[in-house]
Design a protein around this ligand. Structure first.
Ligand code: ADP
Ligand code: FDP
Length: 734
């Protein structure tokens, strides 16, 4: 994506999202059958150097299967730790008493995923005069665990015996768990619901920045400057269950058993205080500040702007290079939304803000609608938005300029990414913004386009229900008609973006993939933003987060390690499998993700009927030299380490281990993959890792992450949907 380039990404295919998923080698072998009459009792087999293909033990060789009348085939997966695989074909008589015939010639070999000596015929010497020859076709492709899971799903749907071997982490056992216990536990899921952390439901635009000009004595008047809460109106004569109608938030938040829930952009007073204080985080990723990599002992005051140690690794290196080589204005990035009303601009802006903040980028969301409401009141009719209303036009340009001024001023104080959320639907308006930004920040336009009338209709209804513009309009139909008129006013003058650097999201909410077009986009952070947007969508699905069942080390109070489950932990594994079976009973495409540590694998072991994927990225925070110690032992034997961690748990890096910031960085591919999935996912992982994942969905600030409560034996259900994120919790046992 160099400067001046323009590319189209068709998101209906799986674009570039698999590069992080730790590929495995999918090997497919075929042999053409020339077996003469009289030799048809010989079945081709494969055996070789790894346990999957018998460890050179003929009796454990893998039989090939008949694909057609003349073709034998076998496919298997070589795990990453067996990248070198030696193998040979052999013919096994159906009558086991007769000796096997091993193919002539040198051993065939895969090395580092490359095939050696593959094309030669397979020759079998039956006796001094007779040699059997087979044509051989061998293919090896690197595949992601997700594609493997998909192939397993295809098997499940077609109900044909799988011919893919060696996927030990893909469970195809349809019977009940061990002892049949999962069937015997009859769970009524609702009785396990527990309250979520206290929060309130807020429309995303309400959480955006307040005008600086309306600040008093340096402190913001939160109460006066907050948009009025939305009034939930039921559209008259409309069945809210119909697919053109968005879910009634009242129902969403108080559905049976849902004790409390919250949406994206929800905040606790504590969090708001944090946001407004604007803790500036410099992880060396895309920030212009080049903090040196610090050990915790020389960390300055944690609230100071330059206090974040630079993140390690190639990713950070790329970002740092961008900062050093790019022009000064590139140090600050303005993402300027463009689009007609009800096209998902605020939704996208809020989501992007959440993602960038989670990654440690100092990001703020400026919503011009909020400025307009605060300056001119919330109840302006569609006439205000007419092009032939000069006062309205002037007032709208004025609040846009005010918000842009604020954003640029904030950037000059050190802010990194500003998200400027308005329709910005004419080139005249965009020119004004570009002039204001000249020499101060780089602008990327982000246009959301939707051509699906059903989705537009659903969005309009959602807007009338949720937007503070209609909070005082009790009559849904009147609000609906007014919004439609407002939309017509915008449509008359709308000019799609064709200038500068831009990203166009076209029909991304259609559920069929959509399209992303980018023009003149370069650099680390813009690249990450495009990658994130390509992978996000609106398909509703749950994500279930849970820690593993109690481990033996948990009982002893030892951190890290790789022990098995305690008796209590084993019980949780059974309850969890029963829970998942019930909660996801109609979700055939769901998958179970674990870390590579025993305690999560054992916890998921009894869940049957879903593919399982092991991620190293989901492994617990690496406690380095402290691994296996109790907190008491660390305090006694390494008091400085203990104190340093206590002082700054987010940034503290265990000697030869990791910090929470390191964990967040390695979890980014997991977040992208969770965003990309359209089916439910159950994540069985660990305390620190789940704190970091949860913080992303719940929009909790970085500073709070190491202190988020993440109890054992509890499931946090994150419901992703068209209105954002809802949360529900189940506690299966103490
Ligand atoms: N890319 C998109 N295209 C179409 N609709 C979207 C998109 N992203 C989100 N939406 C939906 O649009 C609804 C209205 O979005 P909102 O952000 O308030 O619109 P806008 O800011 O454009 O007026 C959201 O609740 C969401 O369901
Ligand atoms: O960051 P803190 O609060 O120490 O929590 C992380 C710790 O949680 C533990 C339990 O104490 O996770 P886990 O349950 O996965 O074993 C430790 O292994 C890990 O070091």
């Amino acid at each position: 994506m160099g400067a001046g380039s323009s590319i189209n990404v068709d998101t209906s295919s799986h674009v570039a999202a698999d590069d992080h998923s730790g590929g495995q080698l999918y090997v497919s072998l075929k042999m053409e059958d020339y077996i003469p009459k009289g030799k048809q009792n010989l079945v081709p087999h494969v055996y070789g150097s790894v346990p999957l293909v018998g460890s050179w033990d003929e009796s454990k060789a893998l039989p090939m299967e008949r694909e057609s009348s003349s073709m034998w085939q076998l496919s298997f997966v070589v795990s990453p730790n067996h990248e070198t695989l030696d193998f040979k074909f052999l013919l096994k008589p159906k009558d086991n008493n007769e000796p096997c015939i091993v193919e002539e010639g040198p051993t065939r070999q895969f090395m580092g995923g490359t095939l050696q000596g593959i094309t030669r015929l397979a020759q079998f010497r039956l006796n001094a005069d007779e040699v059997l020859e087979y044509r051989v076709c061998i293919k090896a492709d690197r595949v992601s665990p997700f594609d493997l899971a998909a192939s397993w799903r295809a098997y499940q749907q077609n109900l044909e015996p799988s011919t893919v071997r060696g996927i030990p982490d893909v469970s195809i056992n349809h019977e009940g768990g061990e002892n049949g216990l999962s069937e015997s536990l009859d769970l009524d899921l609702e009785q396990y619901v527990v309250p979520t952390p206290p929060t309130s439901v807020v429309y995303a635009a309400n959480l955006t920045e307040n005008p600086r000009s309306m600040k008093h004595n340096g402190s913001e008047k939160d109460v006066e400057l907050t948009d009025p809460p939305p009034t939930i109106k039921e559209p008259e004569g409309v069945d809210s269950e119909k697919d053109t109608v968005g879910p009634d938030p009242a129902k969403l938040h108080h559905s049976p058993g849902m004790v409390e829930s919250k949406s994206v952009g929800t905040f606790s007073p504590k969090q708001k205080q944090y946001n407004e204080k604007g803790l500036l985080v410099d992880r060396g990723v895309g920030s212009y500040r080049l903090a040196r990599s610090a050990s915790v002992t020389d960390l300055p005051d944690s609230e100071s702007k330059n206090s974040m140690p630079a993140a390690a690794g190639a990713v950070a290196a790329a970002a740092v290079a961008d900062q050093m080589l790019g022009p000064k204005e590139d140090m600050h990035l303005a993402i300027v939304l463009v689009g007609l009303p009800a096209r998902g601009k605020t939704f996208t802006a809020a989501k992007l803000t959440r993602y960038l903040r989670w990654l440690g980028h100092d990001t703020k969301h400026f919503n011009v609608g909020k400025y307009r409401r605060l300056k001119h009141g919330a109840n302006l009719s569609a006439d205000f938005f007419r092009v032939d209303n000069p006062e309205g036009m002037e007032a709208r340009n004025e609040v846009a300029a005010l918000a842009m001024d604020d954003m640029i001023a904030w950037m000059q104080e050190g802010g990194q990414v500003g998200i400027f959320d308005a329709t910005n639907s004419t080139s005249h308006r965009r020119n004004m913004l570009m002039k204001m930004a000249e020499g101060k920040c780089k602008i990327i336009f982000l246009e959301t386009i939707c051509n699906d009338p059903k989705i537009i209709e659903r969005n309009i209804r959602l807007k009338v229900q949720q937007s503070p513009d209609y909070s005082e309009e009790m009559d849904f139909e009147a609000g609906y008609q007014d919004f439609k008129k407002r939309l017509e006013n915008y449509e008359k003058v709308y000019e799609p973006v064709n200038e500068g650097s831009y990203i166009k999201m076209i029909d991304m909410a259609s559920g069929k993939g959509g399209q992303i077009q980018v023009n003149n986009i370069g650099g680390y952070l813009p690249g990450r933003i495009v990658f994130f947007l390509v992978n996000t969508h609106l398909t509703p699905r749950p994500i279930l987060l849970t820690r593993h069942g109690e481990s033996r080390d948990n009982v002893r109070g030892r951190i890290g390690g790789d022990t098995v489950l305690s008796t209590k932990g084993e019980l949780y594994a059974k309850k969890l499998s029963n829970f998942v079976e019930k909660r996801l009973q109609n979700e055939r495409a769901a998958s179970i993700w674990t870390s590579t540590l025993q305690r999560t694998i054992l916890t998921a072991n009894q869940i049957v009927g879903f593919p399982k994927v092991q991620w190293r990225a989901l492994d617990e925070i690496n406690a380095g030299v402290c691994d296996g110690m109790t907190y008491e032992e660390i305090k006694k034997n390494m008091p400085e380490e203990y104190e340093s961690r206590k002082k700054d748990k987010l940034r503290y890096r265990y000697p030869r281990g990791e910090s929470y910031l390191d964990v967040i960085q390695r979890l980014e591919p997991v977040i992208i993959e969770l965003e990309r999935q359209r089916a439910p996912v159950v994540v069985v992982s660990h305390q620190a890792v789940l704190r970091a994942l949860y913080a992303y969905f719940a929009d909790r600030p970085l500073k709070e992450i190491p202190h988020i409560e993440m109890p054992l034996h509890t499931i946090i259900e994150i419901q992703m949907g068209v209105t954002g994120v809802q949360e529900k919790r189940y506690k299966l046992m103490d």
